[in-house]
Write a protein that binds this ligand. Structure first.
Ligand SMILES: *Cc1c(COP(=O)(O)O)cnc(C)c1O
Length: 363
């Protein structure tokens, strides 16, 4: 990639956050969620750095196979399970655990002549209404899975929390009680907690936790502060300052001219835009860091440039690196200015630009 922006990935911080998850749920095992290219941080590099996890989770079987081909031997769960008969065969061949959430998948399993080795997580829909069997279907599904020679018995049981991003929302407690009722008479390992569950709902920890966003040092909460939760940001997104202009009072900046200079002022142009995963909806006032000091974004985000206010920056230099988010400026704060969540910024930013990996413990 030849774009000037880059994402610096701090592997030591990634490991720190894994330990943070371990401390939060000391009685549980950890399935580190590295779907979406490890939330933009690099699937294989993240998997290697997180070697102390007990297992990994990815979205689909193909990513799990990619991990196997890179000689990663941990248990790996495909959270969406197999989408085709071929993926089922691949999961079995590569010892990939699969989520079972749909009647169609169950039929494929019933028709297959695979070796008796597949580890299956039955997904229960306790209120998210995305993937999973309904509470009323669960007992029959469980019995059918138990009869399958291809599946290691007992099957495991999981659900996903819909509203844990707000710890005050009573929906989470409701989902936990529904799950407990539904699985009361069923044996098998259990898993419920995403990052928000790990940090705020100890009753959700069970046998396996599934932390994602917290590993990357961003907050799972709507108004969260990852630092306060003991997390360290992993990705720092930077791009160079490529021009400094001296605008006059009344000059309108960029597309639509949505920002009009209230006085004569220095404007910086930074070589990053929505084509590099910087959010187009970041509004005037979104902070960036120049020389460690905050400068507000002005006007609209272009495809590969943004304009910033340099009035309060001491001696800005063309060529210096501007930080869009990272160790000193939380991705969650930037996300709030763009009407989105840190998850989206990390995925888009990390997947759009060149990644560089640093590992303090190796220095
Ligand atoms: C993405 C995902 C997680 C991780 O969620 P975070 O909020 O990033 O911690 C856990 N479980 C499932 C089923 C997921 O899809």
């Amino acid at each position: 990639m030849t774009r000037p922006a880059r994402a610096v990935i701090d592997l030591q911080a990634l490991r720190h956050n894994l330990q943070r998850a371990r401390r939060a749920a000391p009685a549980s095992r950890i399935m580190a969620v590295i779907k979406a290219d490890a939330y933009g941080h690099g699937l294989l590099q993240a998997a290697e750095a997180l070697a102390h996890t007990d297992a990994f989770a990815v979205a689909g079987v193909p990513e799990a196979v990619q991990l196997r081909e890179a000689n990663i031997t941990h248990p790996v769960l495909a959270l969406q399970g197999f989408r085709t008969h071929d993926e089922l065969a691949a999961a079995s061949a590569h010892r990939v655990q699969v989520t079972l959430h749909h009647e169609r998948q169950l039929q494929w399993l019933e028709d297959t002549g695979l070796e008796p080795s597949l580890e299956v997580w039955i997904k229960v829909d306790t209120g998210m209404h995305r993937l999973g069997f309904s509470l009323s279907e669960l007992k029959t599904v469980y019995a059918r899975v138990q009869r399958l020679p291809a599946v290691k018995s007992p099957p495991k049981l999981m659900t996903h929390l819909a509203c844990a991003d707000n710890p005050l929302n009573p929906a989470t407690q409701q989902q936990l009680s529904r799950f407990d009722q539904a699985v009361a008479s069923l044996s098998g390992e259990q898993s419920i907690a995403n990052s928000a569950g790990v940090l705020a709902f100890p009753q959700s920890h069970r046998d396996w936790i599934r932390p994602g966003i917290m590993l990357y040092g961003a907050s799972p909460y709507i108004d969260g502060d990852a630092r306060r939760d003991g997390l360290q940001p992993v990705m720092t997104l930077t791009a160079p300052l490529i021009a400094i202009k001296h605008c006059q009072v009344g000059d309108a900046l960029g597309y639509g001219g949505s920002f009009v200079c209230p006085e004569d002022m220095p404007i910086g142009v930074v070589a990053i835009g929505y084509g590099d995963g910087y959010p187009r909806h970041a509004s005037t006032g979104t902070p960036v860091l120049v020389n460690g000091a905050r400068a507000p974004l002005l006007g609209r985000v272009s495809m590969d440039m943004i304009t910033i206010d340099l009035r309060h920056i001491d001696m800005p230099q063309v060529g210096e690196e501007v930080v869009l988010w990272g160790a000193q400026l939380s991705v969650d704060e930037v996300a709030r200015h763009a009407g989105t969540i840190g998850y989206e910024l990390l995925c888009h930013g990390g997947c759009s630009v060149r990644r560089e990996f640093v590992d303090d413990s190796l220095l």
